[in-house]
Ligand binder design. Structure first.
Ligand SMILES: Cc1cc2nc3c(=O)[nH]c(=O)nc-3n(C[C@H](O)[C@H](O)[C@H](O)COP(=O)(O)OP(=O)(O)OC[C@H]3O[C@@H](n4cnc5c(N)ncnc54)[C@H](O)[C@@H]3O)c2cc1C
Length: 319
């Protein structure tokens, strides 16, 4: 899905349903009345409201100002993505696609210089989404320039061949709240989407859009109920969290609650890809030596088997 097209379409749907859309205005602060959130401040404007729904993304200053969240750099990953335009036929040929099918390729290991994260390529009809996700604290720790990582990824022979001749239509960098959860409600305020840390990364898929949409819908339900009762207190707005618990949002986050910690294990990005490469290299090299798969596995895993067994158990529990 191309966000530049989808977001505009979706915003228009809200306008058609009666919402007023005000874009290109930065919300700077919250209004308060008797320790309750009572509206927002944007430039010279002060807009009062019974409820403010903070949907201001991963680095949600509004939820921080409301005392619902504190930031630690360890909780965030950085996602960088390019949309690269190519003719439909070229994409079908390069990815071996027919009948309108699409493809997704994931990369792990050297593409992030062995720090936790990974690379991805998704096909769209006439473009590719190509990108990298990496943990920000590890970038800082290893003094790696984020731009360097995506450039090197694009230059990798496998990737370079797939994107050859393409034109970059969009480039974006976006923070992902991997483990940055916020409290989701207080008097006069609800927090939805990335602002509340409502994302699930299980190492294969990164889900945040469905969570943002579903939490937005649940927030609307909760506000509707609050309006019927004319009660915008913490207690009444807690209905929002009940709705998220009943729906897939908090259920899925709970199911994968161990995933972020497991996915920060550096062995997944350095040792294990190296072992896999060594194994396949040894098995496919025709050099006269007798090779049994089991013997080769024992050879390449020597000294690391206990760690591998423990990590496998952790992985099965987390994912
Ligand atoms: C590289 C990458 C790949 C991803 N892939 C997927 C995927 O395949 N599937 C999926 O489901 N999710 C994916 N995600 C996650 C997904 O993009 C997010 O979870 C989703 O966009 C969250 O929506 P949101 O509305 O909560 O926040 P955002 O989309 O971040 O929107 C927040 C908006 O608030 C605005 N804003 C912020 N502060 C203020 C302020 N003070 N005043 C006014 N406006 C403000 C921002 O400008 C922004 O427009 C991906 C993320 C990245 C980085």
């Amino acid at each position: 899905m191309l966000r530049s097209e989808f977001d505009q379409w979706f915003a228009n749907k809200a306008v058609e349903a009666g919402a007023t859309l005000v874009s290109n205005i930065r919300v700077e602060d919250l209004l308060w009345k008797e320790k309750k959130v009572a509206g927002i401040v944007a430039g010279e404007d002060k807009i009062e409201a019974n409820v403010v729904i903070a949907a201001d993304g991963a680095v949600s200053f509004m939820s921080e100002k409301a005392g619902l969240k504190r930031f630690y750099v360890k909780q965030f990953a950085l996602g960088m993505k390019e949309i690269i335009e190519l003719p439909e036929k070229t994409i079908e040929d390069r990815f071996n696609l027919t009948n309108g099918a699409g493809a997704a390729q994931l990369f792990v290991g050297q593409c992030t210089k062995k720090i936790p994260g990974g690379g991805f390529i998704y096909t769209n009809r006439t473009s590719l989404s190509v990108g990298i996700v990496v943990y920000i604290d590890r970038l800082i720790e290893k003094k790696i320039d984020s731009h360097e990582i995506i450039s090197e990824f694009n230059e990798n022979p496998v990737v370079a061949e797939l994107i050859k001749g393409g034109k970059i239509l969009e480039y974006s960098a976006h923070v992902i709240p991997e483990t940055s959860r916020s409290k989701l409600f207080r008097d006069g305020m609800l927090v939805v989407g990335d602002a509340g840390g409502l994302v699930v990364n299980n190492g294969i898929t990164l889900r945040g859009m469905d969570m943002a949409i579903a939490s937005g819908a649940a927030a609307a339900e909760a506000v509707k109920k609050a309006m019927e009762k004319n009660d915008f207190s913490n207690e009444c707005l807690s209905h929002y969290e009940d709705l998220l618990k009943k729906d897939f949002v908090l259920k899925d986050i709970d199911t994968f609650s161990r995933a972020p910690e497991f996915l920060q294990n550096h062995r997944l990005y350095a040792l294990y890809p190296e072992i896999a490469c060594r194994l396949f290299h040894n098995l496919t090299a025709v050099d006269g030596a007798k090779k049994r798969v089991f013997d080769e596995i024992l050879k390449v895993t020597k000294g690391n088997r206990t760690k591998m067994i423990l990590d496998s158990i952790r992985g099965l529990r987390a994912l």
